[in-house]
Design a binder for this molecule. Sequence first.
Ligand code: GLU
Length: 493
Amino acid sequence: MASPVRVRFAPSPTGYLHVGGARTALFNYLFARRHRGTFVLRIEDTDQDRNVEAALSGILDGLKWLGLPWDEGPEVGGPFGPYFQSERLPRYAEAAARLLAAGKVYRCFCDPEELKRKREGALARGEPPKYDRTCLRLSQEESVARVAKGEPFALRFLMPEGETSWEDEVRGTVTFQNGILDDLVILRSDQHPTYNFAAVVDDAAMEITHVLRGDDHISNTPRQIQLYAALGTSPPRFGHLPMILGPDGTRLSKRHGAVSVTAFRDDGILPAAMVNFLALLGWAFDGEREMFTMDELVDVFTLDRVSKNPAIFNYEKLDWMNGEYFRALPLSTRAAMVASYLKETGALPESAVADRGSLERAVAAVGDRMKRPRQFLEYAGYLYVDRVEPEAQPWAELVANPHAAARLRKLATVLSEVEPFEHDPIEKVVRGLASSEGVKAGEVIMPARIALTGKKVSPGIFDVMLLLGRERTAKRLRDAADRLNAQSPAPTA
Ligand code: GLU
């Protein structure tokens, strides 16, 4: 490549990093790393109404958590700063003045209220709501005289006639007729630039080579290309990433579930899983392989494999993928994550998880069933209660089983005597009981599972007994037998 790659992620500080923005940041990051280029973070904060400080941290935290360090930008600085648009206002004013002097923009004194009325009128008539160029017809003298009187004005770009085309890195040739593009405002009467203008001035000044962004910006691109031309600068290359849809095929939004990166983090999604999942939103390697670490992505990521078609944000797939990453973590790490989840949410009293050894044993027993820390209690919650409340359906099965109570009682007796109270001896007596009853082991195990955990699905039953310990195991078996006897008529014979 002729010039070193420089890309940027340019969020507006909205308070959180949306997964769509995170996908854009990731693709820019991967492209930069693959080409040994530079990944710039620029904050588009010219909207004065927002509290930038607070809104910024959500975005920076999200990028850091994903592992997308930027080479230039907030906190790290760089040779093309400042990286906050609010600190670059004189540059936009200067560029706008240059365009005014060259006759490429004109002053517009139209009252915003009146513009709004005109826009609504055009829409009502089914016409495109374009500015009608009232102020383009003002003479130079009149324009200057109105400035001298102190009338507020905006600067509008005189959109040239013709058409605008570019070779999009994702979509191929894209062409817009300039006739449908407005004479856009580049500088408002309060001297603040509009998005299209500030982005062009900055992308040029920061020597950005590739603009990779969501395709909701595609209609801004011809406007920006015309602005580059007016400024006498050649435009960067553009690549528009496909839209992200929810599972129902409408644009991904809060209606579908979490959309902020930090919400996924707080819900137990691992950064490696999130990155892997985001990479597949609109990009594929060979249509088969799905698991990629960040380093692997850097090695294989290319824009020609970015899809033109919308991507679907499949929450179930993210959950599955997280399971793959979670299971691969060492037991001690998984247990530590479960412990901090339990602590942060207050789901269990601190004393219950203070013993890291027994927590680790419980996490080991839950094993592959758990895809994120919050599922721990789903599979191990019965370890932390004094009395199990069985789920209705499994309990009804026990009630319907005329042998259940007696078998639970016999099991309690043999377990009280087994020595040592360890996995293999326990297994031996459970199987021994089943064969002396003349039934399959499951006929003893399933009632025991329901009595001990309240559920039909649990970690291995011998592990459950071990985790509960001899006393609690025997007590739960007897309690269940007592409750069964109280509910069903005693056998007559
Ligand atoms: N601030 C714009 C946004 O957040 C940036 C768009 C662009 O990348 O040019 O959508």
